[in-house]
Design a binder for this molecule. Structure first.
Ligand code: SF4
Length: 156
């Protein structure tokens, strides 16, 4: 059963920026409809749809649990109970620092985080979704199968 809270749905409908932890900037690019639960998948779709629909997509880079975690069964008392996400966040932030991008409010996924198989290897060690993401990256039109927030279309 899908259980997105009213408060969360209200937040997504509001003008407040979507909050995203850094490694989710990668997850969103290879999303093809899979996830931890039905509610998680529905929430991912709603977050991506909102970002894609805005004239100027924007999101706040967050630390810890974010608007995708909000519907995840691994979130318990506001804390992620999975082992790796903190490490993924740190690795992704390293890519951002390397590129000299420190802004917390972002309008698009920066070039240094456009998903590739190399980035996957670098930032996602031990992730349970890695095989799927590798498959999506490797498809001729792989990343177009997911819902992206940085296509030429929605930035023109
Ligand atoms: S596994 Fe953890 S980091 Fe990933 S969406 Fe769930 S709560 Fe968030």
């Amino acid at each position: 059963m899908i259980t997105l809270s009213d408060a969360h749905l209200e937040h997504l409908k509001s003008e407040r920026p979507v909050r995203l932890r850094s490694h989710h900037l990668l997850c969103m690019q290879t999303f093809v409809g899979n996830g931890y639960s039905e509610a998680f998948v529905e929430n991912m779709k709603q977050v991506l749809a909102r970002l894609a629909a805005e004239a100027t997509p924007g999101f706040m880079l967050a630390e810890g649990a974010d608007d995708l975690c909000a519907a995840c069964p691994n979130l318990v008392n506001g804390q992620c109970t999975s082992q790796n996400p903190g490490q993924f966040d740190a690795l992704v932030m390293k890519c951002l620092s390397t590129a000299g991008e420190k802004a917390r409010m972002m309008t698009e996924i920066p070039p240094s985080l456009r998903m590739t198989e190399e980035l996957l290897e670098q930032c996602c060690p031990g992730c349970e979704w890695k095989d799927l993401c590798r498959e999506v990256c490797g498809c001729a039109s792989g990343l177009e199968h997911g819902i992206t927030i940085y296509t030429d279309d929605n930035h023109n």
